[in-house]
Design a protein around this ligand. Structure first.
Ligand code: NAD
Ligand code: UDX
Length: 464
């Protein structure tokens, strides 16, 4: 079976870039990306590709090449479902904020709504692809909804989790380590699986396209994120030990990462991992293990989150302690709000929690981030509900010029590893600050010795 028309429900950080890559690499396939969020779709359709809703290096060029040729963004969900041979579900699956599993389980209401809408609208057979990250055995529930409310058409369900990382989405999609496709072990399941293999085979070498059963595929996605986050928590746990023993966590990471069995990636100590995936997916894994009564398994993975929360709090506490145990009324420059460089995504960013801690201590915070706007920063803080929106706006300022952030500040803290921070004119910035001038490097990106020579009192994660 050859796919001619794809619909993707959900035009977010995954749906947008993934479908753009499929459209670019498969000119014979029509790709309709649909979303209920009108503003988001309008931004995807903006003539000025610099105004796309998502910032990702290389993405705007790719969108400019394919949009309105074989790639279309629209809010016409039903129409796109009807026309498609294959439907990707790429909607959000956040942590539940209510009811059973609150704060742990994945909220599947958006997924279920999609399934019900597909079932109501479809008049021809469809292959449904789970692109969203889902708890293991979700395909079973999807199949029941689709089969019981449908119009007698046949639905095949595949699991095809996405492994792209934000900030490198385009290169990850262009050159993935692997593409994972889980399918049912039936004749029609295998045919559906092959149809999706053929789509990816337009640009991904065949040996990197892995096929498994649906449950392995669903569980592999949660597991991959849990393993990656575990490495960050492992090195972060050691960063605290390094600080009290005068070992250097950068040197330790290099020494252990040179062992080919361990490998060098994901060993960068930091103020804590953020992003929309790691915490949500581990909490979900913990919840699943708990629901099967596997207490030790659940406790083991929960520790990754506990360590990450500790690291964020530890960094904020360090700032307050260093500034003579009081930051009330002191101006602190915060550099970076995004959860990592090269993205405008702020979901679960460590910056939110560090700044919340500082605002609780009545610090005056001034934030500079090259890609995140003031509206988003205030929205992130307001969402925590720690203090009133009015107080957040009174205590925190957002500036477009980093120099302004340093003016008469007592301290500066790097919370995102944006490249431009490395090339700041640190001599001039030092002059702008009150003395002693404290600099907290939460990303290990600055030359510690060089900055100390300028006069800064430095704190780098993982260095005594
Ligand atoms: P997102 O919030 O950026 O996008 C989801 C979109 O789905 C939103 O625009 C929302 O309006 C839309 N939507 C929700 N319900 C809808 C419906 N019924 N009909 C039409 N549109 C609907 O989320 P995201 O970051 O793209 O993540 C999507 C999924 O992919 C999640 O399950 C996530 O865990 C997974 N994932 C994310 C990443 C990442 O880096 N962000 C990476 C891998 C996997
Ligand atoms: C992650 C997974 O990498 C990706 O495969 C999955 O599809 C989605 O979740 P993402 O969250 O976009 O991607 O970014 P990632 O590069 O994994 O970084 C996550 C967080 O960990 C960031 O806050 C980052 O700064 C932090 N991190 C990462 C570290 O603190 N140290 C490291 O060594 C690596």
């Amino acid at each position: 079976m050859s796919i001619k028309n794809i619909c993707c429900i959900g035009a977010g950080y995954v749906g947008g870039p993934t479908m753009t890559m499929i459209a670019a690499k498969c000119p014979d396939i029509i790709v309709n990306v649909v979303d209920i969020n009108k503003n988001r779709i309008a931004a995807w359709n903006d003539k000025n590709v610099d105004k796309l809703p998502i910032y990702e290096p290389g993405l705007s060029d790719l969108v400019a090449k394919t949009r309105n040729k074989n790639l279309f963004f629209s809010t016409e969900v039903e129409q796109a479902i009807q026309a498609a041979d294959m439907i990707f579900i790429s909607v959000n699956t956040p942590t539940k904020t209510y009811g059973v599993g609150k704060g742990m389980a994945a909220d599947l209401k958006y997924i279920e709504l999609c399934a019900r809408q597909i079932a109501a609208v479809a008049t021809t057979d469809k292959i449904i692809v789970e692109k969203s990250t889902l708890p293991v055995r979700t395909a079973e529930a999807l199949k029941r909804i689709l089969d019981n409310t449908g119009n007698g058409v046949n639905f095949e369900i595949l699991s095809n989790p996405e492994f792209l990382a934000e900030g490198t989405a385009v290169s990850d999609l262009l050159n993935p380590d692997r593409v994972l496709i889980g399918g049912e072990e039936t004749e029609s399941g295998r045919l559906a699986q092959q149809a999706l293999v053929d789509v990816y085979a337009n640009w991904v070498p065949k040996e990197r396209i892995l096929t498994t059963n649906v449950w392995s595929s669903e569980l592999s996605k949660l597991t991959a994120n849990a393993f990656l986050a575990q490495r960050v928590s492992s090195i972060n746990s050691l960063s605290e030990l390094c600080e009290v023993t005068e070992a250097d966590v950068g040197e330790v990471a290099k020494a252990i990462g040179s062992d080919s069995r361990i490998g060098p990636k994901f060993l960068k100590a930091s103020v804590g991992f953020g992003g929309s995936c790691f915490q949500k997916d581990i909490l979900n894994l913990v919840y699943i293990a708990q629901s099967y009564g596997l207490k030790e398994v659940a406790d083991y993975w929960e520790q990754v989150i506990i360590m990450n929360d500790h690291q964020k709090r530890r960094f904020a506490k360090k700032i307050v302690e260093t500034l003579f145990n009081t930051v009330s009324g002191k101006k602190i420059a915060v550099l970076g709000w995004a959860f990592k460089k090269d993205t405008n995504d702020t979901r679960e960013s460590a910056a939110i929690y560090v700044v919340d801690y500082l605002l609780n201590e009545q610090a005056e915070v001034v934030v500079y981030d090259p890609k995140v706007n003031a509206e988003q920063i205030y929205a992130d803080l307001d969402y925590l509900n720690t203090r009133s929106g009015e107080d957040n706006r009174k205590l925190l300022n957002v500036v477009n010029d980093h120099q302004l952030a340093f003016e008469d500040s007592h301290a500066a803290a790097i919370l995102t590893e944006w490249d431009e921070f490395k090339s700041f004119d640190w001599n001039t910035l030092y002059e702008k600050m009150l003395k002693p001038a404290f600099l907290f490097d939460g990303r290990m990106i600055l030359d510690h010795e060089e900055l100390e020579r300028i006069g800064f009192e430095m704190y780098t994660i993982g260095r005594g």
